[in-house]
Design a protein around this ligand. Structure first.
Ligand SMILES: [Zn+2]
Length: 247
């Protein structure tokens, strides 16, 4: 045994704990608290922007200096996401633009005899009747309807493929999660999924359906997911990096 070996063991123990550090971003003249969560299961580092801090999930052997370097490389993305979180109210209706299935559409308003929304090329035509219109409500109802129709179809498609049966599904408003599956095989999905690309929606559908077979996030579960969504790691990363844009 040499001293280096000792050192490694020693640092392993020390680094294994959760901790908080500060990321001083000189470029944007800002400093952010960074909460480091150490997990034994992970082999990669993930970064998530929360309202008041940066959340890092990392394997035990990663050093603070490495994390700070990584944050420096991602400073633009971090800054943008903090800005987005602080103006969360207008997240999906921004400057007359709106997300639908991962694409941005321009909102066009038209007075008519009904409240209705139609997608036309790169525009979202909103027809409305009367005065004092609550556009957000009209848009949200339309989103929820679209989300329900799409999920119904994707659930049918993938449940046949995976050979699982679910009891029912609901559309809900969640603050952070995109979907869930309970032990009675009832599925729930965040209606804001409809803002995201279809391949992400498919991943979430597959993820929840696979929970009927494996009620955990074990290796077997991920193996099952990978059969129907081979690029599931990419989708997970996409969600991690972009979720603040959408929910
Ligand atoms: Zn899950």
């Amino acid at each position: 045994m040499n001293s280096l070996f000792f050192k490694n063991i020693f640092s392993r123990k020390i680094l294994k704990t959760n901790r908080t550090i500060t990321f001083n971003c000189s470029y944007y003249k800002k400093s952010y608290p960074v909460l480091i969560k150490v997990t034994n299961r992970k082999k990669t580092i993930s970064i998530r922007i929360e309202k008041k801090y940066i959340l890092i999930s990392t394997p035990y052997f990663v050093k603070d200096s490495y994390i700070l370097n990584l944050l420096e490389k991602k400073r633009k993305w971090i800054n943008e996401n903090f800005l987005k979180i602080s103006t969360k109210k207008n997240m999906y209706v921004e400057k007359g633009e709106i997300f639908y299935l991962g694409e941005k559409y321009k909102i066009q308003l038209k007075k008519g005899i009904n409240n209705d929304i139609v997608v036309k090329n790169s525009n979202l035509e909103i027809t409305y009747k009367g005065k004092n219109i609550r556009f957000r409500k009209i848009i949200e109802e339309w989103y929820k309807r679209k989300c329900f129709i799409l999920l119904e179809e994707r659930l049918l498609f993938f449940s046949k493929k995976i050979k699982v049966e679910y009891k029912n599904f609901k559309i809900r408003s969640y603050k952070r999660r995109l979907g869930s599956c309970d032990n009675k095989k009832c599925l729930s999905f965040n209606w804001k999924l409809i803002l995201m690309p279809k391949e992400i929606i498919d991943y979430v559908v597959i993820h929840e359906l696979c929970h009927i077979l494996h009620f955990n996030h074990s290796q077997l579960f991920w193996k099952e997911v990978s059969i129907y969504c081979p690029e599931y790691k990419k989708k997970k990363n996409w969600i991690n990096e972009n979720i603040n844009l959408f929910i």
